[in-house]
Ligand binder design. Structure first.
Ligand code: RET
Length: 133
């Protein structure tokens, strides 16, 4: 399985605005968030992960163990509670965020020095690309 550990800088971000809209994030935050290029810091120890999304605007931290559902509080993003489960599927980290929003989740995968992140909420898919620092 791939090792996601490391520091990754954003290089591109497709459809982020509509993804944020589908989460109900206000326009002021969306317009600021569109301008920033966050950094991901991932610590992976076996099945345990800590993923930090760092930016000048806000930071977000999520911690999980593969296969163990947990209560996620998306504080600082859309401030909702989800029942979240992350599993590994063919080298991809697949996350399902059960809650008020339908079809919500994300997928992370690695290709060389590229880290792909696909974020989904309802009918919106945001495609982000990060590169290893
Ligand atoms: C920022 C800036 C403030 C507004 C929003 C943000 C979005 C963060 C997201 C984080 C996703 C994290 C994941 C972690 C696990 O891999 C950039 C903090 C809305 C969407 C998928």
């Amino acid at each position: 399985p791939p090792d996601f550990s490391g520091t990754w800088n954003m290089v591109s971000n497709e459809n982020f605005d509509r993804y944020m809209q589908s989460l109900g994030i206000d326009m002021i935050t969306r317009n600021l968030a569109k301008l920033i290029k966050p950094q991901k810091i991932i610590e992976q120890n076996g099945d345990s992960f800590v993923i930090r999304t760092l930016s000048s605007l806000r930071n977000y931290r999520v911690q999980f163990t593969l296969g163990e559902e947990f209560d996620e509080d998306t504080k600082g993003l859309d401030n909702r509670k989800c029942k979240t489960l992350v599993t590994l599927d063919n080298g991809r980290l697949v996350c399902v965020q059960k809650g008020e929003k339908k079809n919500r989740g994300w997928i992370h995968w690695i290709n060389g020095d590229d880290l792909h992140l696909e974020l989904t909420c309802e009918d919106q898919v945001c495609k982000q690309l990060y590169r290893r620092v």
